[in-house]
Design a protein around this ligand. Structure first.
Ligand code: ME8
Length: 506
């Protein structure tokens, strides 16, 4: 049986329309899912929408809709974008679905029965946009420490989760599992946060109604983060012991932005501990995008709309840029100039040009019928070795979620291919009939190296790779057998590849 791999994105709030931040996490998860599938894993890739809570309720009131009408309308925009971005998710969960509500009610009741959720009273500072309570000392100049907006004093009867009880167990888990929270700098932040002491957490609200009612006390709705985090299990069928749940829980990796790490690395694992359930293997928090040097925000009117980028540059350019430009885990800046530069140099000049040059030569010298190679010489073996080493490097990088480094490793082989052409000078060989066999070997090695390159590229830019592989005479299913040198069969048809990426004058 294939090994299982479960990757998730955050479920996005429907009070906002999708922007490049959302696209970033989702594309990263997609690349991982595609790569793991290619490597023979049985992959469950989950994304979805977070539809309850005060934020959504308020946005709906402003829009003159019911919360569900708002959610139904906005969720379509996310789903349409994921389709355009060629996101290969297995499932899409909405927190208003019955399957999800059932899961949330179950885990809440279960923890309550076990004694770790109790009824109490709350008085503290509340930030509505962040849906978070803060103590007096956590406020910065009387404002929310996360978003710097004003907070209000709220007193309410509330259910509490006995998070304090799990402080030591959580620390022990983090210490014993260095891979659990990544990157390392973020792991250290969480360790310090937990060491400062965990307070019991308010897990219900009575000030609004848009949410899942607390079982047995309908005055309360369940805290939106308690509700949302449970999606990772409810999508698999929890609390039922479905085949999916048995097979895929616990998740291999929750991909998230750094803004929501505390919820995933402190709240979620302690909820799971209280319910006696296994914890996810890894939580990886990536950095944030600014836009042309500024924070992306509605008020600055600089929100980058992925659909606009796709219209302008094409889907694969967007996918490539997001993962290549910034090491995953660090903050980065989006600019059109940087994107056009990557497009022109990495994609048009390097990757695209290499393929059109090589396939054009195969057509010109061998009428597009791939010749069988003779014995490899030193430079051929060097190219073959470099191609094979790339596979190991990329595999390691993707295990570490180092997408940018993985792409760099692939592009080293692209450069090696371009250099190989210069060094082997096929146009000189072509003039000498005695060098026909040598020319055949050069063409074979050149195209075979690119076939493997594009097999890997298919995880990042599926459309581009499909076109490239087609022109190399090997379209169709992609799997790891395609990563072995020698896959190109002598006699197959090579067609001249059109420019994969037209250059853009900036
Ligand atoms: O937080 N740069 O949903 P959300 C990079 N519903 N990534 C960004 C970004 C930026 N500028 N802005 C947003 C929620 N993101 C909750 C999640 S999960 C159980 C519940 C990405 O719609 C990043 O992944 O506010 C961040 O974590 C997510 O969008 C927040 O999306």
């Amino acid at each position: 049986m294939k090994p299982a791999f479960y990757v998730t994105t955050p479920i996005y709030y429907v009070n906002d329309v999708p922007h490049i931040g959302h696209a970033y996490t989702t594309v990263a998860a997609d690349v991982l899912a595609r790569y793991k599938r290619m490597m023979g894993f049985d992959v469950y890739f989950l994304t979805g929408s977070d539809e309850h809570g005060q934020k959504v309720e308020k946005a709906a009131t402003t829009a003159g809709e019911t919360p569900l009408e708002l959610a139904d309308r906005v969720v379509k925009r996310f789903q349409a974008l994921w389709e355009r971005l060629e996101i290969s998710n297995t499932d899409f969960i909405r927190t208003t679905q019955e399957r999800h509500k059932k899961g949330v009610v179950h885990i809440f009741s279960d923890i309550m029965e076990k004694g770790d959720i109790y009824l109490g009273e709350y008085e503290d500072w509340y930030c509505t946009p962040c849906e978070t309570f803060w103590t007096e000392t956590q406020l910065i100049e009387d404002r929310c420490p996360d978003c710097n907006r004003p907070v209000e004093k709220l007193k309410e009867e509330s259910y509490f989760f006995r998070m304090s009880k799990y402080q030591e167990a959580l620390l022990a888990h983090i210490e014993a599992n260095p891979e659990f929270i990544q990157p390392k700098s973020k792991r250290n932040e969480i360790i310090s946060f937990v060491k400062e002491g965990l307070r019991d957490l308010s897990v219900s609200r009575t000030t609004f109604t848009w949410g899942i009612p607390v079982p047995g006390n309908e005055k309360h709705v369940i805290y939106v983060w308690f509700d949302a985090l449970t999606n990772y299990m409810s999508a698999l069928g929890y609390p039922n012991q479905t085949t999916e749940y048995e097979r895929f829980w616990p998740a291999n990796v929750h991909l998230i932005g750094k803004d929501i790490l505390r919820f995933h690395a402190v709240y979620w694992p302690t909820f799971l501990m209280a319910a006696g359930l296994p914890l996810p293997e890894k939580v990886f928090a990536h950095g944030w995008w600014t836009v042309e040097g500024q924070k992306m925000s509605k008020s600055l009117q600089n929100v980058v709309e992925p659909n606009m980028l796709i219209d302008k540059y094409g889907v694969d350019v967007v996918r490539y840029f997001l993962l290549r430009e910034v090491p995953f885990g660090l903050d980065g800046d989006f600019s059109h100039t940087a994107l056009v530069q990557r497009l022109n140099s990495d994609l048009a000049n390097d990757l695209g040009n290499l393929l059109s040059r090589s396939t054009a030569m195969a057509v010109k010298y061998f009428d597009g019928v791939l010749p069988a190679p003779e014995a490899l010489t030193e430079i051929d073996t060097a190219l073959k070795q470099k191609t094979e080493e790339m596979l190991t490097t990329v595999n390691g990088c993707l295990d570490d979620l180092a997408f940018s480094k993985a792409l760099q490793a692939i592009w080293e082989v692209v450069s090696a291919g371009n250099k190989y052409i210069d060094e082997s000078a096929p146009w000189v060989l072509a003039k000498d009939p005695a060098q026909r066999g040598r020319l055949a070997t050069v063409m074979y090695c050149l195209l075979e190296s690119q076939r493997i390159v594009h097999t890997l590229v298919s995880a990042f830019m599926p459309g581009t790779a499909a076109k490239a592989l087609q022109s190399l005479g090997c379209g169709g299913e992609i799997d790891k057998t395609g990563l072995v040198w020698g896959g190109l069969q002598a006699g197959c048809t090579i067609t001249k590849a059109e420019a994969l990426f037209p250059r853009i004058e900036s």
